[in-house]
Design a protein around this ligand. Structure first.
Ligand code: AMP
Ligand code: ZN
Length: 468
């Protein structure tokens, strides 16, 4: 298996630190709102990496944090007049729901920054003792960037270039020794959550959280560290500096970064407002479609989100589900139980698609090509599965399809869940039927919805619906 390592800028053979085991850390979201579909990209692609590693027989210890203390959370809490904890707990819960709907497996551990403050105080103290950090007069603790000789090795940045950039935006009154130094601990401001520390009442900087959580749940040396490409600098560069200065060991062997998700070929950003939440997309599509759409591109390529591409993903997914359903249906009615000699040969020939799938995934998780291999298998099944086929042959093909799709996190059994949009469409059709005095059709629609667990209520303000 070869993986592209941002550290070396090359594809490298994957050799785990410990045979048969993978220790993997993925930076998780800051929970101050519903997650957007950009945040969903690392969740989906690295969940797929994990699933493939597990398929290959590795035991994967997968850790992904929630950043539950941050300026954006505090700002939202002030706007709503509630506590920061209320905001982070609310959106963490919503995020977990979105993850489940996208069939992203829960991590082995999902640590929360606010529960790991002791570890952060400890790491900061070690860094101060070793001369890699220092407290300023106001209680802020800074990392002494120039003391860490390898600084810049991940982002391939040169310290002097960085310094030149910094000089222009230097804030007067800062108590840093050097403009490159970054914050490990900062003093509280009025009304903000804070913790006691030897330096001041305050809270941690963002970068130290991940160094500490990775160390606690995976150890000082890990196999894979991953996240979106915007995190390479400064977040991951700073994580390396903190962790390696503290332990004297190489923090992560492979650094994997996903490309950005754009909308209409423009960078998706909350400030510009050109973003969709996963929840919004979930009202129009089964979130399996979003997952399938994400996997149709290589994880390192930029990916453009558009209605056409989502429709294409929906159709593609349907082709896979229909072929699987057909196999299942034929199997239920098959008379012949065991494979014929000819079928045994055809079954063996279908190894080709598994080989293609594996070669694609072994080449830096090329899910786009892996999906093509699944489509080839779909075509093969559609051509060869017949009413006269044996049950064994049909079941084997079904299991093969299911196995490959499960690695991609795609569920091939059609979801019975009715989407909000479909409900709205049926309600509109019922209203039109009533207007035309076609009460039979109106009643029929009420029944269809009831069977799917949707209860309609005719009120003065119009039709309301709820899930039973
Ligand atoms: P944040 O909550 O902003 O820290 O982001 C959580 C994760 O989502 C990080 O790994 C980011 O790199 C990733 N991310 C944010 N926006 C996008 C985007 N538009 N495309 C791909 N990944 C993104
Ligand atoms: Zn992180």
């Amino acid at each position: 298996m070869r993986v592209y390592n941002t550290l070396s800028k090359k594809k490298e053979e994957f050799v785990p630190l410990e045979k048969g085991k993978v220790k993997m850390y993925v930076c998780g979201p800051t929970v101050y709102n519903y997650i957007h579909i950009g945040n969903a990209r690392p969740m989906i692609v690295f969940d797929t990496v994990r699933r493939y590693m597990e398929y290959k027989g590795y035991e994967v210890n997968f850790v992904s944090n929630f950043t539950d203390v941050d300026d954006k959370i505090i700002k939202k809490a002030v706007e709503e007049g509630v506590s920061a904890q209320e905001i982070s707990e609310r959106y963490m819960k919503e995020c977990k729901k979105d993850m489940a709907d996208m069939n992203v497996k829960p991590a082995t551990t999902h640590p929360l920054a606010t529960q790991e403050i002791d570890g952060m105080l400890e790491m900061i103290s070690i860094l101060i003792d070793k001369g890699f950090a220092y407290p300023a007069a106001d209680g802020t603790v800074y990392f002494r960037t120039r003391k860490f000789a390898d600084y810049g090795k991940l982002s391939h940045k040169n310290l002097d270039d960085l310094q030149a950039g910094h000089r222009e935006i230097k804030v007067t009154g800062e108590e840093k020794e050097d403009s490159l130094d970054f914050v490990l601990w900062k003093p509280k401001k009025d009304g903000e959550p804070y913790w006691e520390s030897p330096w001041c009442q305050g809270r941690p900087g963002w970068h130290i959280e991940c160094s500490v959580m990775a160390k606690k749940y995976l150890g000082e040396e890990i196999d894979i560290h991953a996240g979106g490409e915007d995190l390479i600098f400064p977040h991951h560069e700073n994580e390396i500096a903190q962790s390696e200065a503290c332990s004297g060991k190489i923090f992560a062997k492979y650094w994997l970064h996903n490309g950005f998700l754009n909308i209409d070929n423009k960078k998706m950003s909350k400030s510009v407002g050109n973003f969709f939440t996963v929840r919004e997309i979930g009202e129009k599509y089964d979130l399996q479609v979003l997952r399938f759409f994400m996997l149709s591109a290589h994880y390192r390529s930029p990916l453009n989100f558009s209605a056409e591409l989502m429709e294409a993903a929906k159709n593609g997914l349907e082709r896979i589900c229909n072929a699987s359903e057909n196999l299942k249906h034929l199997s239920q009615n098959a008379e012949l139980l065991s494979m014929t000699e000819e079928e045994a040969k055809l079954w063996k020939d279908s190894d080709l698609f598994v080989n293609k799938f594996e070669s694609a995934m072994d080449d830096d998780f090329n899910t786009a090509d892996a999906v093509s291999a699944v489509f080839e298998l779909v075509k093969y099944c559609n051509t060869l599965a017949k009413e006269s086929s044996s049950r064994e042959f049909l079941d084997n093909l079904y299991q093969r399809m299911e196995q490959l799709c499960t690695i991609l996190g795609i569920i091939i059994e059609k979801s019975e869940q009715i989407l909000d949009q479909e409900i709205e469409d049926l309600i509109a059709e019922r209203q039109a039927a009533r207007k035309d005095k076609n009460f039979a059709r109106a009643d029929e629609i009420r029944e269809i919805l009831l069977e799917k667990g949707i209860i309609l209520e005719d009120t003065r303000e119009g039709v309301k619906w709820k899930r039973a």
